[in-house]
Every structure is written in structure tokens, then in C-alpha cells.
Design a protein around this ligand. Structure first.
Ligand code: CO
Length: 657
């Protein structure tokens, strides 16, 4: 019998004999858990009821921030991300907080300037952050330099993270082999990593590869080894066990209601698996059960409508077949569906490996998974037989310039040349550390936002997310009313909705009541899904006689992707497009939106002269920016929208004559 299964006296409670080398556990329920399963929609008010109980378990850390939380909170929940840290810190008095930091990308989708990166780390620490799990989508650790320096200056824990990626069915091949990862671990150790994490965002890590990898890392570096493996493909629980046998120090798990599917293995079975061995966690399983009870009964009913119920299987075998993150695939499906091109999904699957290779065989993780995925979709939709890469996103251009860092293999020179034609920073790509070419940003951002930013936290929110950040600050300081869609729902509302589903299924939904009371401002709209149809239902909590206006909206509900690396639109009807502008009345050539999206800015104004092919407006779709160009020479006669407007596919963005 090997030493990892030495049994001691078994006992449920935490006073059983302490193991010789307990596996340390980080809980992810409050960040990656709800990010993976509920599109990051978890609200702070729904974390508070279990916070003190979780603080008693003995977790090595709880992950409370980072990844998509910052974006989703201010954009969809009308919550101040900084405030969440301060609030939760009042309940977690013992357990350290950890966050996922996208290195120089911070919690956004591009590299920010050094002044932003330093201020962000300082403010995260000031608001309560202890452990910074830092990763770079290209595994280019030059992007770590600024944030790591600032983490160390603050005396906090720097966890160096490497993204696990593959090009073959199992670990190996020319790029992502064992030597690659051992080399990366040594680089992280040289940077002063207090611990080293293998980040398997797509659940690609097979159990025996895990064993070999952890063994090799333990032999190569001194820092504790931490494994982060998503359950998506169904292998993570097995991989965790093999990691334990290979001597892993720390594992990531979730409380059961936040576990499995595209999330992580649950903690409770692991506690039982290790009970009485010399890797026993020492956790009291009854205390974990008590937390689950609260989550199941009081919290999760408010989120179950966000669960991806489009399939029965809890695992996604597409991940095993395509080696792409589950969330990325479902993002692609949503994107194609929005453009009425779902029939092209097989073309996207086929082209994806080719586009990835042409773009430098990058790991597929936020933001590179979006960059590669969206570009592939653009290629499939807009390329012609004699021209590839017809519509190149701004982010692909940045990647080709070197703004994200060094890719695993060189970018295809032809693609690179095409992407950099007319690129504002120059047509010659850089090889230096990207942040070296970025001008400081905070001062300019401060001038732009003015007194709407009351402090540095507000200023950072705006700097990281100029369009949605400004909107949020307007809600926060009462300069604009927050829409009903960002308000929380209550258990009572959930019960009413459930009752409606029953009624709908029984065919008893009334069309409209004639003696309906006046709708109050507390009115909230819900989508009720019944088989292949859904109904928009308005629930007003002030009276019993709520108005139920039920009308089928579309036949196929849009499902939220589960492991969305960036917040996808929730499972609600698409936001109404901004009111049609006078462009309709102006004669001339119209520039139509090729896809639904968010107007970032107009590069040209009414009266400006434009040449065919010149950029007119920047449209964000699926977090990627697309510069839309003039279809002909002429003068801009009218402009249809403004920055921050949501537009439908085909909307007339401007008229040129
Ligand atoms: Co993750």
C-alpha cells in the first residue's frame, strides 16, 4: 500500500486525527462556480447567507473575484465590484480571498497600460484581496512583470499560473508537451511565484497526464503546486485523484450546487474519498452539508433559470473531440444563431484549428478563445473563395502586432501582413513586452469621466470598461435610472414564475386581464420556458393580481452558455435596439450592421469625407471590436446611433452620399 492511502481512525467530525499532509482546498463557488454555471450572475446578497459558514470550513482560500465578475457585476447586476470585496470581507474573517487576474489584461480583454495595472492591484489589495492567481492567455510571462511587482510591493501572495493547452488528443506534440510546462513552471518560480497553478480551463487534462505533469512539476520546482481543472469533459474528478497521488498541494472545488457540468468537482465526495488517509482534508462533512442546505433551498432557486438546460448530459464530449473550451463553443453557437447562420457551425468546427494555427497556436482561454473563435466565425461568414480574412477584428490586429505578447508559434506571415495593413501603431509588429508601447491611460480617463468618478475605484471601473462603466456610474450616482433587467429577483417571484410554468403547461395562461392594475416600477419581466417555446411574463410584486401578458416570442430560446469565459447575454429576450434614427429618411448608400452588437464609437461624423474601405464606426460583437468600413466614397450624410447603443443586424448605421 502506498503512503497516500494510509488509514487512520475515521470520523466525520473535524476533531479526527490530523493527516500528515492534508490536501489544501480552495473553494470557487463564489466566482468560477457561478461563472461557469450561471453566466457569472451570482449576486453579493446571495453569498452573504453562507459566508460565515464557509469561513468555518478551513479552506486554504475562497475565490471571490476576478475573471468575468467585474464585467458582469457592473454591466448586468448594477453592483459595484469593489463593494463586493468589502462586503464579503466582513463575513470572512479567517479565510484568505483569492482572485483570478488576467495579468496585464487585469479583468478586461486587452493589455492595459502600467499605470492602470498598478492602480488596479493596489485597489484590489485595499478592498480585501490576498491571493492573486495571475495568468496570461499566451503564457507570455513578460505580461506578468508589472502586476507581480505591484503584488509583491503590497506583500501579497503571487500565484503564477500557466494555461494548459493541447494540439493533440493527449498532452504532447511539438508545442504543448511536458518540457513546455516544466519550463513554464521554472519561469514562474524565477518570477517569485509563491505557488504555481496549472489552469485547465477546458477540462482537457486527462488523469494519467495529470499524474505525469504534477510529478514532473513537483520535481522541478519548490513552490506548492495547485490544480485548477474544469469538469466539462468529465475527467476532472479522476484527474484530481491522480494529482493527489502525484503529490499535488492544493486543489480547486465547488460546493455541490455550484459543481460539475462546466464547473469543477464538488468538495464533499473528495472529503469522503480522502477521509482517514494521510491526505485527509480534515473538513467536517456535516458543516459542508449545512451550507448546501442553505444554497439548495434559499439561493439556487433564484438561478436555476440560468442553467443551460438544453441538454441532459452533464458532460460535453465536444471538448474531447475538438479540444476547445465548452463555453467557447456555446458562445460560437449563440453568435451564429444571432446571425441566422447556425447551419454553418460545422464549417466553424473545421476552420477553427486552422485559424488557431495561423494565429500562432495560442492557448484557448479568455481573451484568446474569443479572438480565435470570433475571427473563425467572421471568416466563415464573410470570406469569399478568392479572399480569406475579409473582416479582421481589432483584437486580431492587436494580436498580430504583438500587443498580447509572444504566441506559441509564429503567426502566419501572410495573415499578419494583411491584418497590419494600415494598422495605426505601424505595420511592423513589435517583439518587446507589450506594455512598453502602451501610453499611460489614467489621467486621460480621469478627464473623460470627470466628476462622475468619485474615487480611484470608480475611475478604474470606467478605464477598464469605458462604455458600460460609464453607464454603471450613472446608475450608481442617480444620474440615470437603472433598467429593470439589472434588478435582483426574489424567491417569491421565483415561486410565482414556477406557478406560471405549471399554468402554461396546462394551457391555462390567460391572454390579458381587462381590469389590470397599473404596472408599478417594481415590475420585472421574466422569460418562462416551456418545451420549445418561451413566454415573456411580467411579475409585479406589489399585488396579487399581477398582469400576465403572455405571448410567444421566438421558437428557439437562446440558451446561456455554461462556461462562458466572458459574460454572455443571459437567457432573456435581446435588448431592444435603439430607436430608429433619421437615417431612414436620408437618401444615399447605407452602411448596414453585419451583425447585432454594441456601438463603441463613430470614427467619422456627419459632414466628414470618407473613401471606400475607410473605417466609419466600431461595433462590438461578442466582446470583439469590428471596424466597419465605408461601402463607397462620399460624405457622411446621417448617423443612426451613438456610443453605447445596441443595434440589430441590418440596422442602418450611417448614410453616405
Ligand atoms: Co476556471
Amino acid at each position: 500500500m502506498t503512503d497516500h492511502v494510509v488509514m487512520t481512525e475515521m470520523n466525520y467530525s473535524a476533531d479526527r486525527p490530523k493527516a500528515a499532509n492534508p490536501v489544501k482546498i480552495q473553494d470557487l463557488s463564489l466566482r468560477d462556480g457561478h461563472q461557469s454555471l450561471f453566466a457569472t450572475r451570482g449576486r453579493t446578497e446571495d453569498m452573504i447567507p453562507v459566508a460565515e459558514m464557509m469561513d468555518e470550513i478551513g479552506f486554504w482560500a475562497v475565490e471571490t473575484w476576478g475573471g468575468a465578475t467585474f464585467d458582469t457585476m457592473h454591466r448586468f447586476l448594477n453592483e459595484d465590484p469593489w463593494e463586493r470585496l468589502r462586503t464579503l470581507k466582513r463575513y470572512f474573517r479567517k479565510t484568505p480571498f483569492s482572485m483570478l487576474l488576467r495579468a496585464q489584461n487585469l479583468v478586461g480583454y486587452r493589455n492595459y497600460a502600467n499605470d492602470v495595472a498598478r492602480a488596479f492591484v493596489d485597489r484590489a489589495v485595499a478592498n480585501g484581496m490576498d491571493i492573486f492567481r495571475t495568468f496570461d492567455a499566451l503564457n507570455d510571462f513578460r505580461n506578468f512583470e508589472t502586476v507581480v511587482d505591484q503584488i509583491k510591493k503590497n506583500g501579497k501572495h503571487f500565484q503564477g499560473c500557466m494555461c494548459y493547452s493541447m494540439t493533440e488528443p493527449r498532452m504532447g506534440g511539438e508545442v504543448y508537451n511536458l518540457d513546455y510546462y516544466v519550463g513554464k513552471a521554472k519561469e514562474l518560480e524565477a518570477l517569485g511565484a509563491d505557488s504555481i497553478c496549472v489552469k485547465d480551463m477546458a477540462g482537457l487534462l486527462a488523469p494519467y497526464d495529470t499524474y505525469n505533469l504534477v510529478k514532473a512539476l513537483k520535481a522541478a520546482v519548490k513552490a506548492p503546486i495547485h490544480l485548477h481543472s474544469h469538469f466539462t469533459s468529465g475527467m476532472a474528478s479522476m484527474s484530481q485523484l491522480k494529482a493527489i497521488e502525484a503529490g499535488v498541494d492544493i486543489l480547486d472545488t465547488c460546493m455541490t450546487p455550484y459543481a460539475y457540468r462546466t464547473s469543477h468537482p464538488a468538495i464533499e465526495p473528495l472529503v469522503m474519498t480522502l477521509l482517514g488517509t494521510n491526505r485527509d482534508t480534515g473538513f467536517d462533512i456535516r458543516k459542508l452539508a449545512a451550507i448546501n442546505e442553505v444554497l439548495e433551498k434559499q439561493i439556487l432557486p433564484k438561478y436555476k433559470h440560468l442553467l443551460d438546460d438544453s441538454k441532459i448530459s452533464v458532460i460535453d464530449i465536444n471538448v474531447l473531440l475538438h479540444q476547445t473550451p465548452g463555453g467557447m463553443l456555446s458562445n460560437l453557437v449563440n453568435q451564429l444563431r444571432e446571425m441566422d447562420s447556425l447551419d454553418k457551425i460545422d464549417d466553424v468546427y473545421r476552420q477553427l484549428p486552422r485559424v488557431r494555427k495561423e494565429l500562432g497556436q495560442v492557448p484557448l482561454v479568455t481573451p484568446t478563445s474569443q479572438i480565435v473563435g470570433v475571427q473563425t466565425v467572421n471568416n466563415v461568414l464573410y470570406d469569399t473563395p478568392d479572399e480569406r480574412y475579409k473582416m479582421i477584428t481589432a483584437q486580431v490586429k492587436d494580436l498580430c502586432y504583438g500587443l498580447y505578447g509572444k504566441t506559441a508559434i509564429p503567426i502566419d506571415p501572410e495573415v499578419q501582413k494583411k491584418a497590419l495593413k494600415g494598422y495605426p501603431r505601424g505595420e511592423q509588429p513589435i517583439t518587446c513586452r507589450p506594455a512598453e508601447v502602451l501610453e499611460p491611460e489614467l489621467e486621460k480617463a480621469g478627464k473623460d469621466i470627470g466628476d462622475l468618478a468619485a474615487d480611484t475605484d470608480d475611475l478604474l471601473t470606467y478605464t477598464l470598461f469605458p462604455v458600460t462603466g460609464r453607464k454603471f456610474l450613472e446608475w450608481k450616482y442617480g444620474r440615470a435610472e437603472a433598467p429593470a433587467s439589472v434588478k435582483p429577483i426574489t424567491l417569491e417571484q421565483v415561486k410565482k414564475t414556477d406557478a406560471l410554468v405549471k399554468k402554461a403547461k396546462a394551457g391555462e395562461l390567460v391572454e390579458k386581464k381587462t381590469d389590470a392594475p397599473v404596472k408599478s416600477e417594481r415590475l420585472r419581466a421574466f422569460n418562462v420556458f416551456v418545451d420549445n417555446e418561451y413566454f415573456t411574463v411580467e411579475v409585479d410584486p406589489t399585488g396579487d393580481a399581477s398582469v400576465f401578458v403572455a405571448a410567444p416570442v421566438v421558437a428557439a430560446p437562446v440558451h446561456v452558455s455554461a462556461a462562458v469565459p466572458v459574460p454572455a447575454a443571459p437567457k432573456v429576450a435581446p435588448a431592444p435596439a435603439a430607436a430608429p434614427a433619421p437615417v431612414a429618411d436620408v437618401g444615399g448608400t447605407k452602411l448596414a450592421a453585419p451583425m447585432p452588437g454594441l456601438i463603441i464609437r463613430y470614427v467619422k461624423n456627419v459632414g466628414d469625407k470618407v473613401a471606400k474601405g475607410e473605417a466609419v464606426v466600431v461595433l462590438e460583437a461578442m466582446k470583439m471590436e469590428n471596424a466597419l468600413v465605408a461601402p463607397c466614397d462620399g460624405v457622411i450624410k446621417a448617423i443612426g446611433f451613438k456610443s453605447g447603443d445596441t443595434v440589430a443586424k441590418g440596422a442602418a448605421l450611417c448614410v453616405i452620399e
